[in-house]
Write a protein that binds this ligand. Structure first.
Ligand code: ZN
Length: 576
């Protein structure tokens, strides 16, 4: 693949099972490897045989994963390259659907394998429970229902993505309209906000219809799998072994008690600074002092070298990791024509190295993104000596601790990008974002708890439940005249439609990241040592142990949240 930003990557280990010369985009060449693994599982008599078998399976999974990643990277780096797109789509449409049932068969033969009991229990505890759950939840009658769910999800995405408005004589997507909410001109902001809100409202009936169907399909999936409701099913499906719905309810209560006062205070400050009587929905994204946007760098090379200097101050190991990524050309960061939007970190699972993709244009958001994605990259590098493929990545609740911690830790050294007052401003904006995301996470999560524990609810009851949450977590924003927009605000939250229940992970992780940051205020070196140690565990231990290794508690009630918010509050006061 010539269109990759990096050259051939040194293999972490020579292959043992997958042939050196194989086309991993050709199912006919891959299938015999699955055949062999299926056959061999029967002849694994000892624990050692079974472990060897697991490692060969890991090698195959990693090779296939890397093939998929490379094709994805090539496509997103060159959206104008028809060959690259064809190669990626071929893999997704022709190879992956063949792989999935075969992976499932291997998982099932592992779960029922007589030699499994001979494996060291502690070592395989996490792998066992994940694999067992995967197998236990499987119901053939749910396969067509999951297809229905995917189809409905796609309808949501299509509908959301198709919406445009006419603004000042030009057709604009709703995403493009977002930037007008940062304009100092208040009537302009209001005009832009109203256009978008009204455009969504025009489709409210369609959003509700899609969602009604999604809820029905999900309820049936849960019933088929033997669960009383979809919430309980989703907790299993998402591998939430270490926390319960009740823990999430405690999280909501803690946000209300300990974060809402800080969020309200920030809103009051914003209102005063803006000099307005009431904060309206279009007043939330603009700089409250009407300052021009921060400009942290001109050239992407500056972003890289300044980020490097932050890591140099933080930790020699992380500094070396980031240098290594540059040498291997594992960064494609500049915005240019022909690149897909957004940013991501992807792991090349066989070489066991990370790759970072971004569209940097010289704004503060880019600095946050590079620190965030670098945190994910450090995670991949820290766990690279783990031979079991499944253990080289952690659950999302901890992956985001790796990345969000790096945002908080890196932000201590923003003087690499700015003079002191601008650095303060950037830190303040970041911390305000940390505070403000919690109420939204609580709203989105609590809403879904309500939905899936109230089967047969009507649309009116659902709206009432949403409005109750908006009252708890919306703070002091005046929506008068826009009641319908407020009642339907959840239509814009993609997760509610296409990734049910997947959202509180970010809140759980942020609590971990805040603890890492709080620890670093006491002892930076020790905090970073714990951080790296925890990253090095990959996904080999349950969440509470990963958090403990990082020096954090895996606990999200008021006892954890209150002191962390106290720290954030003091920091914000210090930043003026
Ligand atoms: Zn992330």
């Amino acid at each position: 693949m010539s269109s990759l930003p990096f050259g051939p990557l040194p293999a972490h280990k020579p292959r043992r099972f997958v042939p050196e010369r194989i086309n991993l985009g050709d199912w006919a060449q891959i299938a015999p490897l699955f055949d062999q693994l299926e056959k061999r599982s029967a002849s694994c008599a000892s624990g050692a045989d079974l472990e060897r078998w697991l490692l060969d399976w890991s090698e195959l999974s990693a090779a296939l994963d890397e093939e998929s990643s490379k094709r994805y990277i090539a496509m997103t780096c060159h959206t104008d390259d028809a060959e690259a797109e064809k190669a990626y789509l071929h893999f997704v449409e022709k190879v992956e659907p063949e792989i999935k049932p075969r992976q499932f068969k291997l998982a099932r033969s592992y779960v029922t394998h007589p030699a499994r009991r001979k494996l060291p229990e502690q070592r395989y505890q996490v792998f066992d429970r994940d694999t067992k759950t995967l197998v236990e939840l499987f119901r053939p009658e749910n396969v067509p229902l999951e297809t229905d769910e995917a189809r409905l999800s796609q309808q949501y995405q299509k509908l959301s993505g198709s919406l445009t408005v006419q603004f000042r004589g030009e057709e604009k997507t709703l995403i493009q309209m977002g930037r007008y909410l940062e304009e100092p001109d208040r009537p302009l902001r209001q005009e832009a906000w109203e256009l978008v809100a009204n455009r969504r409202l025009q489709e409210a009936g369609k959003f509700e219809e899609i969602f009604d169907q999604l809820v029905k399909v999900r309820e049936r999936i849960a019933k088929n799998a033997g669960y009383p409701n979809y919430r309980d099913y989703a907790f299993r499906k998402l591998g939430r072994f270490d926390y319960t719905p009740e823990d999430c309810v405690r999280f909501h209560a803690a946000v209300e008690a300990d974060i809402m006062p800080v969020a309200r205070e920030l809103q009051a400050t914003r209102r005063t600074q803006l000099g307005v009587e009431k904060l309206r929905p279009w007043d939330l994204a603009v700089d409250p002092l009407n300052r021009p946007p921060l400009r942290p760098f001109e050239q992407v090379e500056q972003m890289v070298s300044r980020t490097q200097s932050i890591f140099a101050k933080l930790d020699p190991g992380l500094n070396a990791d980031f240098l290594r990524m540059q040498h291997l050309r594992l960064l494609d960061l500049a915005n240019r024509k022909g690149k897909a939007p957004g940013g991501y970190q992807s792991t090349l699972s066989e070489a066991r190295v990370p790759f970072i993709f971004m569209n940097a244009v010289g704004v503060q958001r880019d600095v946050e993104t590079i620190l965030h994605e670098a945190g994910h990259a450090f995670h991949a590098l820290a766990a690279r000596d783990e031979d079991l493929y499944a253990y080289r990545s952690a659950p999302i609740e901890f992956c985001e601790v790796a990345s969000m911690s790096m945002e908080l830790l890196g932000n201590e050294y923003l003087e690499a990008f700015y003079a002191a007052p601008e650095a303060k401003r950037a830190r303040r904006t970041h911390l305000e974002g940390v505070v403000n995301i919690f109420p939204w996470i609580a709203t989105v999560d609590a809403f879904q708890h309500w939905i899936y524990t109230h089967p047969g609810h009507t649309r009116d009851e659902r709206t009432a439940a949403w409005l109750e949450l908006m009252a708890r977590f919306g703070g002091d924003v005046d929506w008068s005249g826009f009641e319908a927009a407020r009642a339907n605000l959840w239509h814009r939250q993609l997760h509610i439609f296409i990734h049910a229940f997947y959202y509180i992970e970010y809140g759980i992780a942020q609590l971990g990241a805040l603890q890492v940051w709080a620890n670093s205020k006491q002892d930076k070196t020790a905090a970073l040592e714990h951080y790296k140690e925890a990253l090095g565990l990959g996904g080999s231990r349950p969440l509470p142990e990963l958090f403990a290794a990082a020096g954090c508690k895996f606990e999200f009630s008021r006892a954890t949240m209150a002191p962390l918010m106290g720290l954030v509050h003091r920091e914000l006061q210090g930043l003026g």
